[in-house]
Design a binder for this molecule. Structure first.
Ligand SMILES: Nc1ncnc2c1ncn2[C@@H]1O[C@H](COP(=O)(O)OP(=O)(O)O)[C@@H](O)[C@H]1O
Ligand SMILES: [Mg+2]
Length: 253
């Protein structure tokens, strides 16, 4: 795993919506092949930040560099190429309820103009195997559990063989055991398929299990970054406050 070649670089990124200044000079990077966890309070700009990584939002100011290319001012056609390298599991990532599991997973390929049905089917089956749902391609989403739906969404995110997968709260709404199975898949994609993972989550147990590195967004900036071990050892009051707050919420729910 190379620490020297960032897959994504963010330089002094600002984003605002009207009067609301959500990102206030974010500077950070994501290394190739690492699993990075992004922590931060609700409404703090985590989803907004990762949307810049795939050009779903363009910076108010600052730069986002992906695979060496500045994507800040790219047009949709140029962004199409960048997005090919990125799979995204959106927050509450809904499946299309009127499509089968297989059709859901095939969707990004068809969107991109894949015509070879045999290749499409082969990729769908391969991805279902990776997410440990072999043989489920003909099911309808409504017939699946929450955890299975998440895994189908993950299969859809990786069907175009991205280099990097973005997960926006993949553990939300899952019981601990199902959450664990998502963690296993995330590590499997990293270790056996060479993927770079970027994960937004509040599940601290998962953070310690899967993260190579953690960044903590606060007041629109990267307030802290380090390894899970460094986080355990940290005495930073703001960081501890956040972690304890998350733990309290977990006990409360
Ligand atoms: N497209 C948008 N237009 C206007 N405001 C937005 C938009 N996207 C996000 N926001 C606002 O930016 C803030 C940060 O949102 P978000 O990144 O979704 O937070 P979180 O850290 O919970 O993921 C919120 O106040 C949200 O309402
Ligand atoms: Mg969010």
């Amino acid at each position: 795993m190379s620490q020297e070649s960032p897959f994504i670089e963010v330089r002094d990124l600002h984003q605002r919506f009207g009067e609301q200044h959500v990102l206030r000079g974010v500077t950070t990077h994501v290394n190739k092949g690492e699993t990075l966890v992004l922590l931060g309070g609700s409404g703090g700009g985590k989803s907004v930040l990762v949307k810049h990584f795939i050009g779903l939002l363009s910076p108010y100011s600052g730069q986002v560099i992906v695979n060496g290319d500045d994507i800040s001012n790219m047009n949709e056609r140029q962004l199409g190429k960048v997005r090919q390298a990125m799979g995204m599991m959106f927050q509450n990532g809904a499946l299309f309820d009127s499509m089968t599991v297989g059709q859901n997973i095939a969707f990004p390929l068809r969107e991109r103009g894949f015509k070879d049905e045999e290749e499409i089917q082969q990729r769908v089956l391969e991805c279902l195997k990776i997410v440990k749902l072999p043989g489920q391609e003909a099911k309808m989403p409504a017939d699946l559990s929450g955890g299975m739906r998440k895994r189908v969404a993950l299969a859809r995110a990786i069907v175009d063989r991205p280099e990097c997968v973005l997960y926006d709260e993949p553990h939300a709404g899952l019981d601990p055991i199902t959450g664990d199975s998502i963690d296993h898949l995330i590590k499997d994609l990293q270790n056996n398929h060479g993927m770079t993972n970027i994960i937004i989550t509040h599940e601290m147990r998962s953070v310690f299990r899967i993260a190579d590195r953690v960044i903590f967004l606060k007041q629109g900036q990267i307030y802290w970054e380090g390894t899970p071990q460094e986080m355990k050892d940290s005495e930073d009051p703001e960081l501890l406050d956040f972690i304890e707050g998350v733990a309290r919420e977990e006990v409360a729910t």
